[in-house]
Ligand binder design. Structure first.
Ligand code: C2O
Ligand code: CU
Length: 555
């Protein structure tokens, strides 16, 4: 095992990522940030310097458990102080599992701003994947907005009369490239847009997937959208799904694949079609009331030029309200033999009802009536040093009123802002039922991809309506897939199980940034007394803080 050193300078620069010049938050002048590649057992040592003149930041390593290094999880207000402009924070942690991961900023709307990149962990030399492939391609999907992050943030967090929903993304990006105002598929799909013409060296020229005939490619896919739920399809080619969030699954074949923000997959693609033509790669969204054009690029067999457009139309993204298709897809995932099995019983069950509510004239999301608002002091240090005034130490609610009607807008709501923590015994087995309900307006609901930090969980079941006693019999305890992000469907529930075996403080939240920003998350903690070696920089900032810490405490 090696120690791999990276130096990340986070900064703003101008770039035409979708053919329109805007500010982007990037790393070392690159957008998306550099791809990190390591082997299982390696230690990553990443010095992140914040050169954004206007923002504090942190970087989260999405899918890495941070076992023993909870302070390196990169969640502002939870595991560390945000890195001030001009300061450097050293993340140092072990990657303990192979898979397709990514990293992103974890403060305010900085994913929306473009601060992300891929993180791939390979098996140690000599070990083999349970499937064969000749080569691989990495695809990172995101959505892109022309309105500044600051304007979006203020629009979401102001009083209701000033509330401005972000509405729709201007573009969908494939590896940081999109096309606004033109479409490669304009002749087929949208007569109001011109066809794009590229020389190939433009910032917004599509990322071409170039392949050789009669090979098998592992395509690693991850979505780090701010908001959109996406669907990928490739003309004339099937995909075999083999990995989800860093775990192998029983392979299954699909024509298209849904991917929500925070998820990652590997699919195998065999290049067995006519090599004398190019094929569409389409990434469309599945959101209601959004007209963002599908992102298109080409699969090119390296025989004809990559600029030749296919003569047939690109795949059509399934409609947003195709609930059944989305659920059927989610339910096809079964763990590959050899994946850890869940404990037969849990010691604790938390049912979390997500509600969109008005609190003191602010539009917020709440979970069991609590809308998460971070305390100014990060939880990890507060809990470790038992600072009783740093946040509300009461236990948050484990359930919601049983007569609550999930099919109507929240009528009366006693939701409040809060910052309580669900505290687990170390090694406790915890079930969480995520309950979806009607949003603030009648007949409106949303899909929410929930992501857990510090743990992977078993996805035990997806169920319809309201979760009720007895629904445990729907749980798959035999071969449930393990994931770190899972979708909750409209008027439905999703059940997960995990072992609280990682001392630290961990976020569990909707990965849609505009939802999380206004409270759609909860905080979990276990065994914080066993956490040692929290760096001073995570607890406080600047040299004066270090000086005071040196004088006062022996950490
Ligand atoms: Cu990828 Cu808390 O997020
Ligand atoms: Cu959400």
């Amino acid at each position: 095992a090696k120690v791999r050193h990276y130096k990340f300078d986070v900064e703003y620069f101008f770039k035409s990522v979708d053919c329109v010049e805007r500010l982007v938050m990037g790393i070392n002048g690159q957008f998306p940030g550099p791809t990190i590649r390591a082997e299982v057992g390696d230690t990553l040592d990443i010095a992140v310097t914040n050169k954004l003149s206007t923002d504090e930041t942190t970087i989260h390593w999405h899918g890495i458990r941070q076992y023993g290094t909870p302070w390196a999880d990169g969640t502002a207000f939870v595991t560390q102080c945000a890195i001030n402009s001009g300061e450097t924070f050293h993340y140092r942690f072990k990657v303990d599992k192979a898979g397709t991961f990514f990293y992103h900023a974890h403060n305010r709307l900085q994913i929306t701003g473009g601060l992300y990149g891929s993180l791939i962990v390979d098996l140690p030399n000599g070990q083999k994947e349970p499937f064969h492939y000749d080569d691989e391609i990495i695809l990172l999907f995101s959505d892109w907005w022309h309105k500044s992050v600051q304007e979006q943030d203020v629009g979401l967090t102001n009083k209701y009369e000033n509330f401005r929903w972000v509405w729709e993304a201007q573009s969908i990006l494939i590896n940081g490239r999109g096309q606004f105002g033109c479409s490669l598929g304009a002749n087929f799909i949208n007569h109001s847009l011109p066809v794009c013409h590229f020389k190939g060296d433009e910032d917004c020229a599509p990322y071409i997937l170039s392949v050789l005939p009669n090979k098998t490619y592992r395509i690693r896919i991850a979505s780090v959208t701010s908001l959109l739920s996406l669907n990928l399809a490739i003309s004339n080619h099937k995909m075999v799904v083999v990995e989800a969030d860093g775990y192998y699954v029983q392979p299954f074949t699909v024509d298209n694949i849904d991917i929500y923000s925070g998820e990652s997959y590997s699919v195998l693609l065999t290049t067995d079609q006519n090599p004398n033509q190019n094929y569409w790669i389409s990434v469309g969204h599945r959101d209601a009331n959004v007209s963002t054009t599908q992102a298109l690029t080409l699969l090119n067999y390296n025989i004809i030029p990559a600029s030749v457009l296919p003569s047939s139309p690109p795949p059509v993204t399934p409609p947003w309200d195709d609930d059944k298709g989305r659920k059927d897809f989610a339910k096809r995932f079964v763990a590959l033999k050899g994946t850890p099995k869940p404990p037969k019983y849990s010691n604790r069950r938390i049912v979390l009802l997500g509600m969109q509510v008005l609190i003191d004239d602010y539009l917020r999301w709440s979970m069991n009536g609590i809308s998460l608002e971070f305390p100014p002091t990060p939880y990890l240090g507060s809990m470790k040093f038992n600072l009783r005034n740093a946040f509300d130490w009461q236990d948050p609610p484990e359930n919601y009123p049983q007569d609550y009607d999930i099919y109507s807008p929240p009528e009366y709501d006693n939701s409040t802002l809060g910052n309580m923590v669900y505290k687990f015994e170390l090694n406790q087995v915890v079930d969480v039922i995520l309950q979806n309900a009607n949003s603030y307006v009648l007949n409106a609901t949303a899909y929410h991809p929930w992501h857990l930090h510090g743990h992977d969980f078993w996805v035990l079941a997806y169920g319809e309506g309201k979760f009720k006693d007895g629904d445990e019999k729907l749980f798959n305890l035999e071969n449930p897939p393990m994931k770190n992000t899972v979708a909750v469907f409209p008027y439905s529930w999703t059940a997960i199980r995990f072992r609280a075996d990682n001392p630290g403080v961990w976020l569990f939240h909707c990965h849609m940034e505009p939802h999380f920003l206004v409270g759609m998350g909860v905080v979990f903690a276990e065994g914080v007394q066993y956490v040692n070696g929290i760096p001073e920089q995570a607890l406080a900032c600047g040299l004066t803080a270090e000086m005071l810490i040196d004088k006062g405490h022996d950490l």
